[in-house]
Ligand binder design. Structure first.
Ligand SMILES: Cc1cc2nc3c(=O)[nH]c(=O)nc-3n(C[C@H](O)[C@H](O)[C@H](O)COP(=O)(O)OP(=O)(O)OC[C@H]3O[C@@H](n4cnc5c(N)ncnc54)[C@H](O)[C@@H]3O)c2cc1C
Ligand SMILES: *[C@@H]1O[C@H](CO)[C@@H](O)[C@H](O)[C@H]1NC(C)=O
Ligand SMILES: *[C@@H]1O[C@H](CO)[C@@H](O)[C@H](O)[C@H]1NC(C)=O
Ligand SMILES: *[C@@H]1O[C@H](CO)[C@@H](O)[C@H](O)[C@H]1NC(C)=O
Ligand SMILES: *[C@@H]1O[C@H](CO)[C@@H](O)[C@H](O)[C@H]1NC(C)=O
Length: 501
């Protein structure tokens, strides 16, 4: 471990009171007090929390050239017709009802003057199938109803302590068995489009409470409203502007990639891609679950088995938006359209930005795919994916000659070593003690934060926010020498009813 000597002695207000001999002693001091690894919502809010507790000796280390993490936007479109579009997070999900709790992302959006539009998922939408335009709105209404039933019956399992199962099992048990392309796309819209994985891949119980705690005001949720950012400084502006309210020069290292984290009872030493090291009393890692799962960052010593098991048993899902720009708009006038293919999950959801109140005249439309389908298209070339999308558009609009797009782009979240997916999802085999372990610190020096560590709001921006506050508070208590309490962990996660083979 690299140590800097004497500094503490000179810098400490008590230095003058100390006998001289103490000042020449080798008092070890680290380069900084708290290293915040990752400059997304969790990292920035953890930093702000430390600042509010009077701790300004921290360093945010971020691999990209800007703060914001998965709040990421880009300029999209032909040179003379560019607009800012969101590659990552796009919605404030659950806002506030009068007198109720506010989604903290909404509070930041208001504070920093973000431009948003209400995006009603259940407002009129256009529907298509393999024959072109086709009205199956009644099928969608039924799927919405079925989803509500799924969360209600799933909640019953919590109260009776019944074992978790997949959401597919849940749907089947409540008698909902989609078969037709229309039924499948309707289910996709209410389920996969939120969790970025299929009902088969998703916990019945956890998906129900995740929905409730965000959207259901009777269960402590914010509201059932979704606000879509059309902010041309990017949705990320809300967190970047918030960072500017308290960050001082020298507290952020951009373009700096962490390779490994050595941790011990004395502190942490982080080794960077360029070989340099930074030492600290504490580290808060906010890297995505996918990054932790893929050993993109190594721990020395290796993390304890209970921690590794937790990391490897939650899932990193992928949500992919594919943007197309055309000279002229030839599509629907609603915000959203669905396309029912025989193959479930094949380019099912389409959103128009060329719309009054959004980005009129932009010529931009985008499709979303998720889960395994995202992984599939990331392995194809851009040209191949573009051809598939144009084929689908030709199917949706049989009487239109689909012109060549003037721009095409999609991000590859799953292959990106800084993310390895878009957000976490809770599978049925992941039980509460696993999540306790995912969240727990390892020793007193190494702490974990980020959307995935949020039990109630995993996957969401507000999950990352609340976890940033929590990690900041806990580490602040340690730094200030008040009470440095470890989070609980479970040494061995076991079955209530062991297998009998
Ligand atoms: C496509 C997509 C759509 C989404 N849609 C929504 C939405 O509409 N609403 C919503 O609420 N949420 C949405 N989310 C989820 C939301 O974006 C995340 O929950 C949230 O941004 C996570 O914040 P975080 O701080 O936990 O992690 P991150 O934002 O991932 O922060 C971690 C940071 O660590 C950095 N990093 C990684 N590895 C290294 C390394 N080795 N060295 C240094 N730095 C490193 C990364 O660059 C990143 O900046 C979406 C996410 C995606 C990807
Ligand atoms: C980070 O890298 C980018 C691109 O390589 C560069 O433009 C930018 O100035 C760098 N920023 C910092 C803070 O080093
Ligand atoms: C949802 O549950 C209600 C009440 O049990 C039932 O009447 C309705 O048919 C169910 N809807 C679906 C789509 O399963
Ligand atoms: C979700 O909310 C519904 C409706 O309020 C409730 O019946 C159900 O028990 C809740 N589910 C969970 C898992 O909290
Ligand atoms: C497409 O053209 C066919 C044949 O001319 C016609 O029958 C059909 O109604 C048209 N469909 C639409 C959506 O305009």
């Amino acid at each position: 471990m690299r140590r800097t000597f004497l500094k503490l002695c000179l810098a400490a207000p008590l230095a003058l009171a100390l006998p001289m001999s103490r000042c020449t002693e080798s008092i070890p001091e680290h380069d900084t007090t708290v290293l915040i690894l990752g400059g997304g919502v969790a990292g920035i809010i953890a930093a702000r929390t430390l600042h509010e507790r009077g701790i300004d000796r921290f360093l945010i280390v971020e691999a990209r050239d800007e703060l914001g993490g998965r709040m990421r936007s880009t300029q999209f479109g032909a040179e003379d017709r560019r607009a800012t579009v969101e590659l990552g997070a796009n919605w404030i999900q659950g806002t506030q009802v009068s007198g109720g709790p506010a989604n903290p992302i909404l509070t930041l959006a208001r504070k920093h003057g973000l431009e948003t539009v209400e995006n009603d998922f259940y407002a009129p939408i256009a529907t298509y199938d393999e024959t072109g335009a086709m009205d199956y709105l009644a099928v969608i209404d039924k799927a919405i109803d079925a989803y509500t039933n799924l969360t209600v019956v799933g909640g019953g399992r919590v109260s009776t302590k019944q074992v978790d199962m997949t959401s597919r099992t849940g749907y089947s048990l409540i008698g909902v068995k989609p078969n037709t392309p229309q039924e499948m796309v309707a289910e996709y819209y209410v389920f996969d489009w939120q969790y970025a994985q299929t009902p088969e891949q998703t916990s019945w119980i956890a998906s129900s409470w995740a929905n409730n705690f965000t959207y259901d005001i009777d269960q402590g949720g914010f509201s059932d409203e979704d606000l879509f950012s059309i902010e041309q400084r990017g949705f990320k502006h809300l967190i970047q502007a918030e960072a500017q309210t308290f960050l001082r020069p020298g507290q952020t290292l951009l373009n700096v990639t962490v390779r490994s984290i050595a941790h011990s009872n004395d502190g942490v030493v982080v080794t960077l891609a360029n070989g340099a090291t930074i030492s600290a009393d504490y580290a808060i890692t906010t890297f995505s679950l996918g990054v932790l799962q893929n050993d993109d960052v190594l721990f020395e010593p290796a993390l304890p088995i209970w921690k590794q098991e937790a990391i490897q048993s939650m899932t990193m899902a992928t949500y992919t938006k594919i943007f197309l720009q055309f000279e002229d708009k030839f599509w629907f006038d609603t915000q959203i359209a669905l396309y029912a293919d025989r193959e479930r999950g094949r380019y099912p959801v389409w959103q128009s930005l060329d719309l009054e109140g959004f980005l009129p005249g932009s010529g931009i439309i985008f499709a979303t795919v998720t889960g395994d389908y995202s992984e599939r298209i990331e392995s194809l070339s851009d040209a191949q994916v573009q051809t598939e999308l144009l084929d689908v558009l030709a199917t949706m609009f049989p009487n239109t000659t689909i012109p060549a797009p003037t721009a095409f782009f999609f991000p590859r979240w799953f292959s990106d070593p800084l993310y390895r997916g878009s957000y976490s999802n809770w599978p049925a085999s992941f039980v509460s003690p696993h999540h306790t372990n995912l969240r727990a610190n390892v020793g007193k020096r190494l702490w974990f934060s980020g959307e995935a560590t949020s039990q109630r709001y995993f996957g969401f921006l507000h999950g990352a926010y609340f976890e940033g506050v929590d990690a900041g508070e806990r580490v602040a208590s340690c730094v200030l020498g008040k009470s440095c309490k470890s989070l609980p962990f479970v040494e061995r996660v076991s079955n209530a009813n062991p297998y009998i083979v």
